[in-house]
Write a protein that binds this ligand. Structure first.
Ligand SMILES: C[S@@+](CC[C@H](N)C(=O)[O-])C[C@H]1O[C@@H](n2cnc3c(N)ncnc32)[C@H](O)[C@@H]1O
Length: 291
């Protein structure tokens, strides 16, 4: 019978040969899930035996990873902010970059603020649920065109006991939502240029839903649709945060400014790349920016 350390080493070798970027970490995560052990057990009890049926489960996971399926997809879960979310092939795997929006929104709305938010293109529910989880008096709605994505988001809301404050609607961005009803709108729309998608890592181009990636010929199609919707939906002085590709700041800022946005600026992510365009809907003078 094999042992934890042998199983881990074998998995690492297979993943390295397949060109996976982080074979040691990925092999350990798959081993922990397949065998049902913790990271500490792998390190402190390396010679523990692994039953053949569990080794077979691990081999299955490793072959999927070798075909460049992301670990989060194989395990069906991904950490985002302070949450553990269920993911499926129908939702974008939530990215650490997107936590920038959560951080900014939490800074703008104090702990007991009672506000209404919308997350347009909610996917797994990542941003909406991370913000609602930390702001107990807030309520929100997540929209998506993908029924399957909404099912995942609803499942995540229920698992986090947030279903009482989070609702979901299948619609095109904000269509059907009331005018001037929201204090906060967040969105991480598809923003990759169509011709760039085939050049992306296999983990992304072969395993993420193209509906979550494809921003049209110049990558800006979704922003052109979103900008008027965001201003229609926001209350006066309401705040918006949209994620952008690292080279889209000037174009996306211009779209919001031309539509009458105030205090439009770009915020960088932890990797020092342009990541979020934010601003406010012009109000009647409550100008002090809250962000
Ligand atoms: C980049 S993913 C972001 C998912 C999630 N908000 C996140 O940050 O992890 C974009 C999402 O927008 C959705 N989407 C694409 N076009 C849409 C549209 N016209 N209206 C609403 N949602 C749309 C996709 O289905 C996908 O779930």
């Amino acid at each position: 019978m094999t042992t934890l350390v042998k199983a881990w080493t074998g998995a690492q070798q297979r993943l390295k040969a397949a060109g996976v970027d982080s074979p040691a970490i990925d092999a350990r995560l798959l081993l922990e899930a397949a065998v049902g052990v913790t990271r500490t057990e792998v390190i402190t009890d390396p010679h523990r035996e692994v039953a053949p049926d569990l080794q077979a489960v691990l081999d299955g996971y490793v072959e999927r990873r070798a075909r460049r399926e992301p670990v989060s997809r194989i395990l069906g879960r991904k950490g985002f902010w302070k949450l553990l979310l269920t993911v499926s092939p129908h939702v974008l795997t939530p990215r650490p970059d997107t936590e920038t929006i959560v951080e900014l929104a939490l800074k703008a709305f104090p702990e007991n603020a009672a506000f209404q938010m919308a997350d347009l293109g909610v996917g797994s529910g990542a941003m909406l649920l991370a913000i609602l989880a930390e702001r107990p008096a807030a309520r929100g709605i997540g929209t998506d065109v993908s029924e399957e994505a909404l099912a995942v988001a609803k499942d995540n809301a229920a698992n986090l006991d947030l279903e009482g404050r989070a609702t979901f609607l299948r619609t095109d961005w904000g269509a059907g939502l009331p005018d001037g009803a929201f204090d906060l709108i967040v969105s991480n729309p598809p923003y990759i240029r169509t011709d760039e998608i085939p050049t992306l890592q296999p983990e992304v181009k072969d395993h993420e839903p193209h509906l979550a990636l494809d921003g049209g010929p110049d990558g800006l199609k979704a922003y052109r649709e979103l900008v008027p919707e965001i201003f229609r939906l926001l209350k006066d002085d309401g705040l918006f945060y949209v994620e952008i590709g690292h080279d889209q700041s000037a174009e996306v800022e211009a779209l919001f400014r031309e539509a009458g946005g105030w205090d439009v600026v770009t915020v960088k992510d932890l990797g020092d790349r342009d990541r979020v365009v934010t601003g406010r809907k012009k109000g009647l003078g409550k100008a002090a920016a809250t962000r």
